[in-house]
Design a protein around this ligand. Structure first.
Ligand code: PGA
Length: 251
Protein backbone atom coordinates (compact mmCIF):
# COMPACT_ATOMS: atom_id res chain seq x y z
CA UNK A 1 0.00 0.00 0.00
CA UNK A 2 2.88 2.37 0.74
CA UNK A 3 4.88 3.09 -2.41
CA UNK A 4 8.53 2.10 -1.88
CA UNK A 5 10.97 4.99 -1.64
CA UNK A 6 14.72 4.67 -2.26
CA UNK A 7 16.92 7.71 -1.79
CA UNK A 8 20.64 8.14 -2.39
CA UNK A 9 22.44 10.68 -0.18
CA UNK A 10 25.64 11.57 -1.98
CA UNK A 11 26.86 13.67 0.99
CA UNK A 12 29.93 15.84 0.37
CA UNK A 13 31.15 13.90 -2.66
CA UNK A 14 31.40 14.29 -6.41
CA UNK A 15 32.38 17.19 -8.64
CA UNK A 16 29.86 18.44 -11.17
CA UNK A 17 31.41 16.21 -13.86
CA UNK A 18 31.32 13.14 -11.58
CA UNK A 19 27.75 13.90 -10.55
CA UNK A 20 26.69 14.20 -14.17
CA UNK A 21 28.27 10.85 -15.00
CA UNK A 22 26.71 9.03 -12.05
CA UNK A 23 23.31 10.52 -12.79
CA UNK A 24 23.60 9.49 -16.45
CA UNK A 25 24.39 5.91 -15.44
CA UNK A 26 21.40 5.82 -13.10
CA UNK A 27 19.08 7.22 -15.75
CA UNK A 28 20.20 4.45 -18.11
CA UNK A 29 19.96 1.71 -15.46
CA UNK A 30 16.61 2.73 -14.01
CA UNK A 31 14.63 3.61 -17.14
CA UNK A 32 11.15 2.19 -16.86
CA UNK A 33 11.17 1.62 -13.08
CA UNK A 34 7.85 3.25 -12.29
CA UNK A 35 6.53 1.42 -9.24
CA UNK A 36 8.74 3.11 -6.64
CA UNK A 37 10.04 6.56 -5.81
CA UNK A 38 13.72 7.03 -6.68
CA UNK A 39 15.49 10.09 -5.32
CA UNK A 40 19.10 11.28 -5.42
CA UNK A 41 20.65 14.05 -3.31
CA UNK A 42 23.82 15.54 -4.83
CA UNK A 43 25.79 18.48 -3.39
CA UNK A 44 24.25 21.93 -3.94
CA UNK A 45 26.72 22.85 -6.68
CA UNK A 46 25.72 19.83 -8.80
CA UNK A 47 21.94 20.14 -8.40
CA UNK A 48 21.40 22.13 -11.56
CA UNK A 49 23.46 19.75 -13.72
CA UNK A 50 21.86 16.64 -12.24
CA UNK A 51 18.36 18.16 -12.63
CA UNK A 52 19.04 18.47 -16.35
CA UNK A 53 20.28 14.86 -16.64
CA UNK A 54 17.33 13.27 -14.81
CA UNK A 55 14.65 15.30 -16.58
CA UNK A 56 12.22 12.84 -18.23
CA UNK A 57 13.49 9.94 -16.09
CA UNK A 58 11.83 8.31 -13.05
CA UNK A 59 14.53 9.81 -10.81
CA UNK A 60 13.69 12.79 -8.60
CA UNK A 61 15.98 15.34 -7.00
CA UNK A 62 16.60 16.13 -3.34
CA UNK A 63 18.79 18.62 -1.52
CA UNK A 64 20.75 17.46 1.49
CA UNK A 65 19.74 20.41 3.64
CA UNK A 66 18.18 23.86 3.51
CA UNK A 67 17.65 26.98 5.62
CA UNK A 68 14.27 27.82 7.17
CA UNK A 69 13.90 31.20 5.46
CA UNK A 70 12.87 32.05 1.91
CA UNK A 71 15.28 34.93 1.32
CA UNK A 72 17.16 37.73 3.03
CA UNK A 73 20.31 38.41 5.00
CA UNK A 74 21.37 34.80 5.63
CA UNK A 75 24.85 34.61 4.17
CA UNK A 76 25.87 31.22 2.89
CA UNK A 77 22.44 29.58 3.17
CA UNK A 78 20.09 28.09 0.56
CA UNK A 79 16.32 28.33 0.85
CA UNK A 80 13.60 25.83 -0.04
CA UNK A 81 12.38 28.25 -2.72
CA UNK A 82 15.76 28.19 -4.46
CA UNK A 83 15.89 24.41 -4.19
CA UNK A 84 12.54 24.24 -5.90
CA UNK A 85 13.81 26.70 -8.49
CA UNK A 86 16.72 24.39 -9.35
CA UNK A 87 14.40 21.39 -9.70
CA UNK A 88 14.35 19.72 -6.29
CA UNK A 89 11.29 17.84 -5.14
CA UNK A 90 12.63 16.97 -1.69
CA UNK A 91 15.01 18.11 1.00
CA UNK A 92 16.69 15.82 3.49
CA UNK A 93 16.42 17.42 6.95
CA UNK A 94 18.08 16.71 10.29
CA UNK A 95 20.59 14.19 9.02
CA UNK A 96 22.64 12.92 11.98
CA UNK A 97 25.79 14.41 10.50
CA UNK A 98 24.16 17.84 10.66
CA UNK A 99 22.86 17.20 14.17
CA UNK A 100 26.29 16.06 15.36
CA UNK A 101 28.69 18.26 13.37
CA UNK A 102 26.59 21.40 12.93
CA UNK A 103 24.69 21.22 16.21
CA UNK A 104 21.23 21.19 14.65
CA UNK A 105 18.44 20.88 17.20
CA UNK A 106 14.97 19.39 16.88
CA UNK A 107 13.38 22.84 17.04
CA UNK A 108 15.63 24.20 14.25
CA UNK A 109 14.88 21.14 12.14
CA UNK A 110 11.17 21.69 12.82
CA UNK A 111 11.43 25.25 11.45
CA UNK A 112 13.05 23.89 8.30
CA UNK A 113 10.40 21.22 7.91
CA UNK A 114 7.58 23.75 8.16
CA UNK A 115 9.26 26.09 5.67
CA UNK A 116 9.94 23.24 3.24
CA UNK A 117 6.28 22.20 3.32
CA UNK A 118 5.11 25.80 3.00
CA UNK A 119 7.21 26.13 -0.17
CA UNK A 120 5.86 22.93 -1.70
CA UNK A 121 8.95 20.78 -1.32
CA UNK A 122 8.70 17.52 0.59
CA UNK A 123 10.87 16.80 3.63
CA UNK A 124 12.77 13.61 4.42
CA UNK A 125 13.16 13.89 8.19
CA UNK A 126 16.09 11.88 9.59
CA UNK A 127 16.10 10.55 13.13
CA UNK A 128 18.17 7.94 14.96
CA UNK A 129 20.01 7.12 18.16
CA UNK A 130 23.72 6.88 18.94
CA UNK A 131 25.29 3.63 20.10
CA UNK A 132 25.58 5.01 23.63
CA UNK A 133 21.91 5.97 23.71
CA UNK A 134 20.97 2.47 22.55
CA UNK A 135 23.22 0.81 25.11
CA UNK A 136 21.78 2.99 27.87
CA UNK A 137 18.27 1.95 26.82
CA UNK A 138 17.42 5.49 25.82
CA UNK A 139 16.65 4.73 22.18
CA UNK A 140 12.88 5.07 22.46
CA UNK A 141 13.17 8.27 24.45
CA UNK A 142 15.51 9.76 21.81
CA UNK A 143 13.31 8.72 18.89
CA UNK A 144 10.25 10.14 20.66
CA UNK A 145 11.99 13.46 21.27
CA UNK A 146 13.17 13.68 17.65
CA UNK A 147 9.75 12.81 16.21
CA UNK A 148 7.77 15.06 18.55
CA UNK A 149 10.25 17.92 18.13
CA UNK A 150 10.71 17.57 14.39
CA UNK A 151 6.99 17.27 13.66
CA UNK A 152 5.82 19.88 16.19
CA UNK A 153 2.68 21.82 15.12
CA UNK A 154 2.28 19.77 11.93
CA UNK A 155 -1.27 18.94 10.87
CA UNK A 156 -2.38 15.51 9.69
CA UNK A 157 -2.77 16.99 6.20
CA UNK A 158 0.80 18.25 6.20
CA UNK A 159 2.04 14.84 7.35
CA UNK A 160 0.90 13.43 4.01
CA UNK A 161 4.02 14.98 2.44
CA UNK A 162 6.53 13.87 5.07
CA UNK A 163 8.93 10.94 4.69
CA UNK A 164 10.76 9.72 7.81
CA UNK A 165 14.20 8.09 7.71
CA UNK A 166 15.27 6.03 10.70
CA UNK A 167 19.06 5.97 10.69
CA UNK A 168 20.76 4.53 13.77
CA UNK A 169 23.96 6.54 13.98
CA UNK A 170 26.06 3.49 14.85
CA UNK A 171 25.10 1.98 11.48
CA UNK A 172 25.91 5.00 9.30
CA UNK A 173 29.04 4.57 7.22
CA UNK A 174 30.28 1.84 9.56
CA UNK A 175 29.39 -1.24 7.54
CA UNK A 176 27.36 -2.38 10.57
CA UNK A 177 23.71 -2.63 9.62
CA UNK A 178 20.85 -2.95 12.08
CA UNK A 179 19.48 -6.48 11.86
CA UNK A 180 16.14 -6.84 10.11
CA UNK A 181 14.49 -7.27 13.52
CA UNK A 182 16.22 -4.29 15.14
CA UNK A 183 15.19 -2.07 12.26
CA UNK A 184 11.63 -3.41 12.19
CA UNK A 185 11.25 -2.84 15.95
CA UNK A 186 12.33 0.79 15.64
CA UNK A 187 10.11 1.36 12.61
CA UNK A 188 7.09 -0.13 14.30
CA UNK A 189 7.73 2.07 17.35
CA UNK A 190 7.95 5.16 15.11
CA UNK A 191 4.74 4.24 13.29
CA UNK A 192 2.91 3.85 16.58
CA UNK A 193 4.20 7.21 17.70
CA UNK A 194 2.87 8.80 14.51
CA UNK A 195 -0.47 7.11 15.20
CA UNK A 196 -0.58 8.67 18.67
CA UNK A 197 0.46 12.10 17.42
CA UNK A 198 -1.82 12.14 14.36
CA UNK A 199 -4.16 9.28 13.54
CA UNK A 200 -4.34 5.74 12.18
CA UNK A 201 -4.64 6.80 8.53
CA UNK A 202 -1.58 9.05 8.73
CA UNK A 203 0.40 6.30 10.46
CA UNK A 204 -0.60 3.76 7.84
CA UNK A 205 0.33 6.06 4.97
CA UNK A 206 3.63 7.50 6.24
CA UNK A 207 6.71 6.07 4.60
CA UNK A 208 9.52 5.22 6.99
CA UNK A 209 12.90 4.55 5.38
CA UNK A 210 15.79 2.68 6.97
CA UNK A 211 19.30 4.11 6.62
CA UNK A 212 22.68 2.91 7.80
CA UNK A 213 25.00 0.79 5.63
CA UNK A 214 22.26 -0.35 3.26
CA UNK A 215 23.94 -2.45 0.57
CA UNK A 216 22.87 -4.73 -2.29
CA UNK A 217 23.31 -7.76 -0.02
CA UNK A 218 21.13 -6.58 2.88
CA UNK A 219 18.47 -4.47 1.19
CA UNK A 220 16.09 -7.35 0.40
CA UNK A 221 15.87 -8.53 4.01
CA UNK A 222 15.38 -5.04 5.39
CA UNK A 223 12.74 -4.05 2.87
CA UNK A 224 10.84 -7.27 3.49
CA UNK A 225 9.98 -6.00 6.99
CA UNK A 226 6.42 -4.86 7.45
CA UNK A 227 7.20 -1.31 8.56
CA UNK A 228 10.25 -0.62 6.38
CA UNK A 229 9.11 1.22 3.27
CA UNK A 230 12.39 2.14 1.68
CA UNK A 231 16.00 3.09 2.23
CA UNK A 232 18.19 6.15 2.59
CA UNK A 233 21.53 5.09 1.17
CA UNK A 234 24.87 6.84 1.65
CA UNK A 235 28.07 5.10 0.54
CA UNK A 236 26.43 2.57 -1.77
CA UNK A 237 24.54 5.31 -3.61
CA UNK A 238 27.83 6.54 -5.09
CA UNK A 239 28.22 3.33 -7.08
CA UNK A 240 25.75 3.15 -9.95
CA UNK A 241 25.65 -0.64 -9.92
CA UNK A 242 25.03 -0.91 -6.18
CA UNK A 243 22.40 1.82 -6.07
CA UNK A 244 20.64 0.25 -9.07
CA UNK A 245 20.46 -3.10 -7.28
CA UNK A 246 19.18 -1.40 -4.13
CA UNK A 247 16.47 0.42 -6.08
CA UNK A 248 15.55 -2.89 -7.71
CA UNK A 249 15.28 -4.62 -4.33
CA UNK A 250 13.41 -7.91 -4.31
CA UNK A 251 11.14 -8.59 -1.36
P1 PGA B 1 25.57 4.91 4.72
O1 PGA B 1 24.91 6.35 5.01
O2 PGA B 1 24.64 4.18 3.78
O3 PGA B 1 26.90 5.21 4.10
O4 PGA B 1 25.68 4.22 6.03
C1 PGA B 1 23.53 6.50 5.19
C2 PGA B 1 23.18 7.93 5.49
O5 PGA B 1 23.95 8.62 6.18
O6 PGA B 1 22.14 8.44 5.03
Amino acid sequence: MRRPFIAGNWKLNQTIAESRELAQQLVANLAGVEDRDIVIAPVFTALSTVAEVIKNSPIQLAAQNCYPQIQGAFTGEVSPLLLQDVGCNYSILGHSERRQLMGETDSFINLKLLKVLETGLLPILCIGETLQEREENRMLEVLTRQIEGGLDTLTAEQMAGVVIAYEPIWAIGTGITATDDQAQDAHSFIRNLIRELFNTEVAAATRILYGGSVKPDNVDGLLAQEDIDGALVGGASLKAEDFTRIVRFES
